[in-house]
Design a protein around this ligand. Structure first.
Ligand code: ZN
Length: 177
């Protein structure tokens, strides 16, 4: 019951704040089991988006709308920029909201994180040569979101390399057992 109440409160607050559910990017066997992601772009500079990974699932048909069962599961809020090539870059580290305490407190903390992410979008440092916002890399450095010093061809090769590495590390995960 509490999980349903919290789920509805989270979605209600997001809708009040002008956020809408993002469509799922790939077809799923059980779409109602997927975490709902909410986002808002209105009022933000072009390409920017505040996203909330709600931990809420459900469609009220197959399963009720509720937060996922694990108490350790946290709501994540991020300020992102979508590049010309459709890559999503984090403008700061995502912030987490632990789902402990009163429902009201949890929702208040989520709103506070959303405000911070909003500010991050508005005040993001810009690249001196192309004016795209800078994002935070894995090594915690600020870097032009559009990687504007590279040609499209170089970026394409980097992407291909990245995908191969991803596949390799996934493969290692399975063979290491
Ligand atoms: Zn640049």
């Amino acid at each position: 019951m509490l999980r349903q109440l919290l789920g509805l409160q989270i979605l209600g607050k997001l809708e009040d704040a002008g956020f809408a559910e993002e469509p799922q990017t790939k077809p799923l066997a059980k779409p109602y089991m997927a975490e709902k992601i909410y986002a808002r772009v209105d009022g933000l500079p072009s390409g920017m988006k505040v996203q909330v990974y709600t931990t809420v699932i459900g469609d009220n048909e197959n399963v009720p709308v509720e937060v996922r069962a694990s108490g350790k599961d946290a709501i994540r809020v991020c300020a992102v920029y979508v590049t010309k090539d459709g890559e999503t870059r984090g403008l700061s580290k995502e912030t987490r909201v632990n789902r402990t305490g009163d429902i009201e407190d949890i929702v208040d903390r989520m709103i506070e994180r959303m405000r911070n992410a909003w500010r991050t979008c508005k005040t993001a440092e810009r690249c001196a040569s192309c004016a795209a916002p800078k994002f935070v890399t894995k090594n915690n450095k600020l870097c032009c979101s559009e990687i504007c010093w590279k040609t499209d061809e170089e970026k394409r090769l980097d992407n291909a390399k990245f995908k191969v590495n991803q596949r390799k590390s996934r493969y290692n995960k399975y063979t290491r057992r």
